[in-house]
Each structure stands twice: as structure tokens, then as C-alpha cells.
Design a protein around this ligand. Structure first.
Ligand code: ADP
Ligand code: MG
Length: 345
């Protein structure tokens, strides 16, 4: 029996990374060193960049326009929301012959496959049809929970074994394989922008896209960049932890951000490839610190899929700096790997 249920989609931000450095100072003196703030929209979200420099230095190098152009290029390569992006064209192409791909796309797919294999398939960039089936992709939202039959049929199209990358040649083994890079592309965008800023000669900066961040050096006050993790509650905005990531990237994955509810049951946008269903456990968020934003982004989602126990064991085993926040009867419980401890203020 197919039961039609009314779904409510909610997008809430309970835990988010917020910067403690305050707003960049607006100054009349364009030659005074300050935190120059550049912001805009990309990948269905916002970006913020802070560069410790003079307004004049940043203006002279045309940094803002170049960042916009860079992000536009990344989006045009790997967005599944842009019908003619390079990735969308690969997804629509039913040929099982190898296809030459851009260097950017190769890097993100290579890292995603590496993390996929490392995690025993918990991170799986071919999981897209399931993401869409559960209503979180570019397709229309469903108005019911998928039937077991549809779920079984969809799962047949999923698996990293169907995707092969050799150099810049990408091949799908089945015509309707669909690659979704939502979990690593934002981080890659952060890395691209950070590398670009670095190449312009700036030594102290912060780059953030939709909550994924990479930072380097110091604020204009000489202090380290500090990042706050908010308490995962909606009623108040208070700080759970203050983190000093040093010259690293920091990424948080959580099911509080993007989910829908049916009859009070919450469905996450993160799918466990082993069940074909949204994850359902007590883990509220996972924060990962790593040199690369792409890796931190992918790993935070990977650990989120694994859940509290398996995730913590995996992170310890692979020397990952990770902080886990879980729900319990007594409120929120935090656990971290040994490698994360030095970053806690
Ligand atoms: P979060 O910040 O919560 O980790 P991300 O945007 O980084 O969110 O990644 C979640 C997105 O990745 C989902 O919206 C979906 O498109 C995709 N996704 C869901 N489950 C998986 C999975 N097991 N492996 C890879 N990608 C996934
Ligand atoms: Mg992620």
C-alpha cells in the first residue's frame, strides 16, 4: 500500500561555524592594514574571504573579480544543478567509453574515490540517484517515502566499482551512473580560492564557502584565527567550542542543516550507501580539521555516515583530527580524537 504523506522541508542551522574575529573594519585609509572582506554567492550558498592587507593592495590585484571567476569555473565543472556543467554532461552521457575530463574535475573525483575506498564505500559519489530519490538533489522533491521496490531498483545503479578514473579519463561502466560531488566540491572551491590568494602573495587570510573554511596565519590584530562551533540548539545562539585550526581547513557535517520530516521522523540529506536510506543515528555533527578543505569536507561527511562509534574508531585509526557531537538524554555529548585536542582552545 502506498501511503501519501505530507512532507515538510526544513532547513535549519543549529550548529554552524562562526568566526570570532568580528566584522572587517571599514576604514577611510585604504593604505592601513586591516581585514579586507570580500563576499558573494556561489554553489547555492555564500562565500566570505578575509585577507589581511590594505584595501589598496587587494583592489590593485583585482582579487574579488578573480575569485568570482574562479568559483564560476569550479561550478561550471562540477555542479549537478547546472544542466550543462561538465559533470552534468558526463552524467547525461550514456556512453560507457572513457571521457576526457578537466583537471579540476579529475582532482575532486580522485580524492572522492580515495576517501570512498578508504571508508569501505561509506562515502560514495555515485549515491546521487538515492539522494534525488529522497528529495535532496536537483530533481523535484518527492511527496512520499520511496517504496522498497524503487529503492532496490535505484540501488542497482550505485557503486564506486562502476566508476574508473585513469589519468584524465573517466569512465562509467553502466549507462545511467550518476556522479554527485556535493560532498567535496565546496571544499575544493575553498582550496582553489585559498591557493589563489596565496599565489597573490598574501600570507594571512581566511576563505569560507557555505561553512567550509581554510585559514592561514593571523588576524590583523596578530591573534590566531578562531572559529566557534555553536551549540546545536535552536533557541539560543551560544558557543559550544572555540577552535584554533591554525594553518588548516575546518569542515562540519551535520544532519541539522538539511532534512525533511514525515510524521515527526527526520530524514537526513546524508545517505548510508549500505542501506540506501538516510542516516538515522544520534550523531549531530562531525567537525574535521585537515590541511586540505576538500579532504576535510569529504571526511566530515564520511564520519557522519559512519555514526558515532564507527566514525570515532575510523578517525582514530586513520589519524584524523575529528570532533563528534551526539545527542544523549543528558544533552549534547562531545568526543574527539587525540589529534583534535590541540585545536581546542
Ligand atoms: P554536510 O556538510 O552535511 O556534510 P555536504 O554538502 O558536505 O553536507 O554533503 C552532503 C551531500 O552529499 C548531500 O546533500 C548529498 O548530495 C551527498 N551525499 C549524501 N550522502 C552521501 C554519501 N554517502 N556519499 C557521498 N555523498 C553523499
Ligand atoms: Mg561535507
Amino acid at each position: 500500500m502506498k501511503k501519501h504523506l505530507k512532507l515538510t522541508f526544513t532547513r535549519l542551522v543549529f550548529v554552524s561555524l562562526i568566526l570570532l574575529s568580528g566584522c572587517s573594519k571599514q576604514t577611510d585609509d585604504v593604505n592601513k592594514v586591516t581585514e579586507v572582506l570580500l563576499q558573494g554567492n556561489t554553489m547555492g550558498t555564500t562565500y566570505h574571504v578575509k585577507i589581511v592587507a590594505t584595501e589598496q593592495q587587494v583592489a590593485d590585484k583585482n582579487v574579488h573579480a578573480d575569485i568570482d571567476a574562479l568559483l564560476k569555473q569550479v561550478n561550471q565543472q562540477m555542479s549537478t544543478y547546472i544542466p550543462d556543467s561538465e559533470l552534468s554532461r558526463f552524467n547525461k552521457n550514456t556512453s560507457t567509453e572513457p571521457v576526457q575530463i578537466s583537471d579540476g574535475l579529475r582532482r575532486v573525483i580522485a580524492e572522492s574515490i580515495r576517501l570512498g575506498k578508504l571508508s569501505g564505500g561509506k562515502l560514495d559519489i555515485t549515491v546521487g540517484p538515492l539522494v534525488n530519490l529522497w528529495g535532496f538533489g536537483p530533481d523535484l522533491r518527492p511527496d512520499k517515502i520511496p517504496s522498497p521496490e524503487v529503492l532496490t531498483a535505484t540501488r542497482k545503479r550505485i557503486g564506486l566499482d562502476y566508476l574508473t578514473l585513469k589519468g584524465n579519463m573517466l569512465r562509467k561502466a553502466i549507462p545511467d551512473l550518476y556522479v554527485d560531488l556535493s560532498t567535496t566540491a565546496k571544499g575544493y572551491g575553498v582550496d582553489k580560492v585559498a591557493d589563489f590568494i596565496e599565489a597573490q602573495g598574501f600570507k594571512n587570510y581566511l576563505v569560507e564557502i557555505g561553512g567550509e573554511m581554510r585559514l592561514k596565519g593571523f588576524k590583523h590584530t596578530g591573534e590566531l584565527w578562531a572559529v566557534a562551533i555553536e551549540k546545536p540548539v535552536s533557541e539560543e545562539r551560544s558557543v559550544q567550542d572555540i577552535i584554533l585550526p591554525k594553518d588548516n581547513a575546518i569542515a562540519t557535517s551535520g544532519d541539522y542543516r538539511n532534512y525533511f520530516e514525515v510524521d515527526g521522523q527526520r530524514f537526513s540529506h546524508i545517505i548510508d550507501p549500505d542501506t540506501g536510506k538516510p542516516i538515522n543515528h544520534k550523531l549531530v555533527s562531525v567537525t574535521v580539521i585537515a590541511p586540505s578543505s576538500m579532504t576535510a569536507d569529504g571526511l566530515s561527511t564520511t564520519l557522519m555516515v559512519m555514526g558515532e562509534e564507527k566514525g570515532l574508531a575510523f578517525a582514530n585509526q586513520h589519524d584524523i583530527a575529528a570532533l563528534f557531537i551526539s545527542k544523549s538524554e543528558h544533552g549534547f555529548v562531545e568526543e574527539s580524537t587525540v589529534k583534535f585536542v590541540p585545536y581546542l582552545k
